[in-house]
Design a protein around this ligand. Structure first.
Ligand SMILES: Cc1cc2nc3c(=O)[nH]c(=O)nc-3n(C[C@H](O)[C@H](O)[C@H](O)COP(=O)(O)OP(=O)(O)OC[C@H]3O[C@@H](n4cnc5c(N)ncnc54)[C@H](O)[C@@H]3O)c2cc1C
Length: 498
């Protein structure tokens, strides 16, 4: 059934204000209007377009590394056997989803949330917004604030300090700010990095560039996966698109959790399997251990996916190569390594990552007290201790982000139904302040480690721990009760609007 928006998106006062119109904001809006069509809501989006990540990044080859049968929404089948999809297809899917459910009409573009203040007296948030084109400030009030603002800064990617950077005479490009007119045909390109972006860029540029060198300090795990899901293609022919999607999605969710569990349980075996796969796809005598053997165990950091082994193909073809070493300095003509090797370059790409940012950089205040995310405990991975009527989404690092969007969206609307049924207007997770705290995640990727002191913390027991897998969250968020002794509910105040 197609649900239609019931309230115009230009009110200054709404029941629920969603911040961000990416995968998370669109997903949150869907569940809200499906389960609570009577509630008014709006989405504010700092940029001039929806889609977030999938609209922002423009570097060659931008694509998912998750399969779209799990990265797409559960409620809107990904109707293709192409499992690893390019950014344009994902963006088209998000635009179509937003249009089909009338969600696009609720989005207020160029509207950035800069601050949000909760008032217990009014039982509402007052959100200060900034028009990102004019700088003009305004306010919106809401009963609920839903942060779907992603996890990184849009204005600036992460670049470490490189000695001698100013000496290099060619362009130095960060993938987050890819110049539309960058001509790399016939040029020697050095890509610094070994993460998902580097392994995506390199096969996309190889062949057009004279040569592409991936310069990495430390290797990552690189796993070949098929672009096309053959089983899904067969199921589509046999059972039709929708049933094929439902089965593929279940299988892939199971596979993601199973692979992660196996890697955690048998790291040595997992290392060997990945190494053997890599060796098979690389030329005979290739120094696999030098370039593809990370010092950590599989899934301690996010694994890199290469569709149909494209990275290995361009290495075999000789249009790309990998160098593992430490940068001493940039020079006029390239990069000098600490071991004396020199890499000649016409263009340097710094695929060095993102700047993680919590809650869209909004400052939160609860009844006059500023909220530092790092001082708060995470409740069920979706709320913060001591912060009333506030939900956020932070997706999985070991599975498709969107899987979490679905579970948080459902749990949120069940919580609203519970509150409606009991006449509650406010809910606040209340944590025991003496509970031992742990970092937001044990995930060891550099971009996460750099941000841990700005992210909320976990406690030492449920519901204050973040579930490591989708299956654990499905139990907690989809099937588990919403009522909880660690939530403080307060009755609706009759005199209050909206
Ligand atoms: C290149 C790349 C590839 C990725 N591939 C995958 C993948 O294959 N699988 C996977 O699971 N994950 C992947 N990720 C992670 C990815 O970001 C998420 O999966 C997902 O797209 C995040 O959606 P989101 O809506 O939460 O955040 P975003 O896509 O970041 O969208 C957030 C939106 O909120 C807006 N916003 C932020 N702050 C404010 C504010 N204060 N006020 C108003 N608006 C605000 C932003 O402008 C943006 O439009 C990838 C990330 C990158 C960078």
């Amino acid at each position: 059934m197609v649900l239609m928006a019931t309230t115009a998106g230009d009110q200054q006062s709404v029941d629920v204000l969603i911040v961000g119109a990416g995968v998370s904001g669109i997903g949150a809006a869907y569940y809200l209007q499906r389960d609570h069509p009577q509630r008014s809501y709006a989405i504010i989006e700092a940029r001039g377009a929806l889609g977030g990540t999938w609209d922002l990044f423009k570097y060659p080859g931008v694509r998912s590394d998750s399969d779209l049968h799990t990265f797409g929404f559960e409620f809107r089948p990904w109707r293709s056997s192409v499992a690893i999809a390019d950014a344009d297809s994902i963006l088209a899917y998000l635009r179509e989803t937003a249009a089909e459910y009338g969600i696009d009409r609720r989005i207020r573009y160029h509207t950035k949330a800069v601050a949000a203040t909760w008032s217990a007296a009014d039982t509402s948030w007052t959100v200060t917004t900034e028009n990102t084109e004019t700088g003009e400030r305004d306010t919106i009030t809401c009963r609920w604030l839903f942060s779907a603002s992603g996890y990184y800064r849009y204005d600036e990617g992460f670049t470490p300090h490189f000695e001698g950077r100013e000496r290099f005479t060619g362009p130095i490009v960060h993938p987050q700010h890819w110049p539309a007119d960058l001509d790399y045909a016939g040029k020697r390109v050095v890509v610094i990095g070994s993460g998902a972006t580097a392994v995506t860029l390199i096969p996309a540029m190889a062949g057009t560039a004279a040569h592409v060198t991936m310069l990495q300090r430390t290797p990552s795990y690189v796993l070949p996966v098929p672009t096309r899901d053959k089983l899904n293609a067969r199921l589509r022919r046999l059972l039709g698109e929708d049933r094929a999607f439902a089965i593929t999605r279940r299988l892939n969710i199971f596979r993601q959790v199973a692979v992660w569990r196996l890697c955690q349980k048998y790291p040595a075996g997992a290392r060997k399997v990945i190494r053997d796969l890599n060796a098979k796809m690389l030329p005979a005598g290739y120094p696999v251990d030098e370039h593809f053997r990370p010092p950590y165990d599989p899934w301690d950091q996010r694994m890199c996916i290469v569709p149909d082994g494209d990275l290995f193909r361009v290495i075999r073809e000789g249009t790309a190569s990998v160098v593992t070493g430490q940068i001493e300095t940039f020079t006029e003509t390239g990069v000098l390594l600490t071991d004396g090797r020199e890499l000649e370059a016409d263009i340097i790409v710094t695929a060095t990552g993102l700047n993680v940012q919590a809650l869209g950089a909004m400052t939160l205040t609860v009844d006059g007290t500023p909220v530092q995310a790092a001082d708060r405990f995470v409740y069920k991975g979706m709320m913060l201790s001591g912060v009333p009527n506030f939900v956020f989404v932070f997706g999985y690092t070991n599975a498709s982000w969107t899987l979490k969007v679905g579970l948080v969206g459902e749990h949120f609307t069940r919580l609203l139904s519970h509150m409606d049924a009991h006449g509650y207007g406010t809910v606040t997770p209340v944590a025991d302040a003496s509970m031992p705290a742990a970092p937001f995640t044990a995930f060891a990727s550099g971009y996460i480690k750099r941000a841990l002191d700005r992210l909320p913390r976990q406690g030492n027991r449920p519901p204050w721990r973040i579930s490591p897998t989708y299956s654990a969250d499905a139990k907690l968020l989809r099937r588990g009760p919403v009522d909880d002794p660690e939530l403080r509910f307060e009755a609706v105040k009759e005199s209050v609007s909206p």
